[in-house]
Design a protein around this ligand. Structure first.
Ligand SMILES: [Mn+2]
Length: 304
C-alpha cells in the first residue's frame, strides 16, 4: 500500500465553462491543505482555454477537455508509476476521464480488477446525443463505460475503461432523462438519495466494499464530486443540488473506504471557491479527505 499522496492539480473549468472550478486547487493550496495533510504536491497540469466554439455535435470544449484530460492522465500515471497514491484535485469533473484512464491502465498492468465509485449529485452519464447543455463535465462516467464522443474516448489507451457493472454511483439526485436511459441501458448501479436515506450511505458503501472483496479485490478509484454533499455544508460548487449527503455520513463512508485498503486513487473535483461561504466548503473538503486518510492509516476520523 502506497504511503504517500501525490497531489495532481487540474485548475480548469473547460468542462463547465466559467463555473469557477478552475480556482479550486489554488484556493486549497492557499489555505495550506496539501502541506497540512502531508501531501507531495506534484503541481498543476496544464491545458488550453475554451475557444468559445462548440463542435459539430453541439458539445462545448471537446478539444480542450481532451487535452486537459490527457495531461491529467499523464500526471496521475506518473504518481502511480512512482509508487504513490494519486489525489487529483479539480477542476471540473470532466477531468476524471483523465485520472480514470490512468488508473484503469495501471490496474490492467498490475492484473487487478478495476472499480470506480462515483459520489455526485449528477451521474455525469450524458453523451453528445442526450446532453441538454453540451458541457463535457456531464460526460465522464459514460465515457469511462465506453460511450460518448470519440475524441474523448481516445484519451484512454483502451475502451471501455471500466466494465459498467463495476461503476457504482452514490448520492445522485439530478438526472437528465436521456442520462437515466443511458444508465439503465448500460447497466450501471446508481444509488439515488432516497436509497441513501433509507439504507444509509455507510451501509451502502460497506456492502459495496464487501462485494468488491468477494470478487477478488482490485483497484478501486473514487471520484468525489463536491456537489454530492448537501449545499448547506458545501455551497462552493458550480451546480448545487439540494438534498445531498451530510458531511458526517460522507466522512464515515470515506473512512470505511480508506480502511478497506482497496482504494488506490482519488479525485476531488468541482470545488468552486467563488461560491463558497466563509470557507465552509473548503473545511468540508478537508474533513472528507481527513476521513479517508484516517481510515487508511487505521485512525479514527475527527468529525466536526
Ligand atoms: Mn460530477
Amino acid at each position: 500500500m502506497s504511503g504517500w499522496y501525490g497531489l495532481v492539480g487540474a485548475p480548469t473549468d473547460v468542462g463547465n465553462v466559467d463555473c469557477g472550478a478552475a480556482e479550486g486547487p489554488g484556493a486549497l493550496r492557499a489555505m495550506g491543505l496539501p502541506r497540512r495533510m502531508g501531501m507531495v504536491d506534484r503541481g498543476d497540469v496544464r491545458g488550453p482555454a475554451y475557444d468559445g466554439r462548440p463542435d459539430a455535435t453541439g458539445s462545448r470544449s471537446v478539444r480542450e477537455t481532451a487535452a486537459w484530460c490527457a495531461a491529467v492522465r499523464d500526471g496521475v500515471a506518473g504518481v502511480l508509476a512512482d509508487g504513490g497514491f494519486p489525489l487529483m484535485l479539480g477542476g471540473d469533473h470532466a477531468m476524471a476521464l483523465g485520472s480514470i484512464a490512468a488508473a484503469a491502465a495501471h490496474a490492467r498492468q498490475e492484473g487487478r480488477n478495476f472499480f470506480v465509485l462515483w459520489f455526485d449529485a449528477h451521474p455525469d452519464f450524458n453523451t453528445p446525443e442526450t446532453t441538454p447543455s453540451g458541457n463535457t463535465h456531464g460526460y465522464p462516467a459514460a465515457l469511462a463505460c465506453g460511450i460518448g464522443h470519440p475524441d474523448l474516448l481516445s484519451v484512454g489507451a483502451f475502451t471501455p475503461l471500466i466494465r459498467p457493472d463495476r461503476l457504482i454511483q452514490f448520492g445522485v439526485r439530478d438526472i437528465d432523462a436521456g442520462e437515466r436511459a443511458n444508465l439503465l441501458r448500460i447497466g450501471v448501479e446508481f444509488h439515488e438519495m432516497d436509497a441513501v436515506r433509507e439504507k444509509g450511505l455507510e451501509a451502502l458503501v460497506a456492502h459495496t466494499i464487501a462485494r468488491i472483496q468477494a470478487a477478488g479485490g482490485g483497484h478501486v478509484h473514487v471520484s468525489f464530486d463536491i456537489d454530492a454533499l448537501d449545499p448547506a455544508a458545501a455551497p462552493g460548487v458550480g451546480t448545487p443540488v439540494s438534498g445531498g449527503l451530510t458531511p458526517a455520513e460522507t466522512v464515515g463512508a470515506m473512512r470505511l473506504l480508506g480502511a478497506s485498503g482497496l482504494v488506490r486513487s482519488l479525485d476531488i473535483v468541482e470545488f468552486a471557491p467563488r461560491h463558497d461561504r466563509d470557507g465552509m466548503t473548503a473545511l468540508t473538503v478537508e474533513q472528507v479527505l481527513a476521513g479517508f486518510m484516517a481510515g487508511r492509516t487505521g485512525q479514527r476520523a475527527l468529525v466536526a
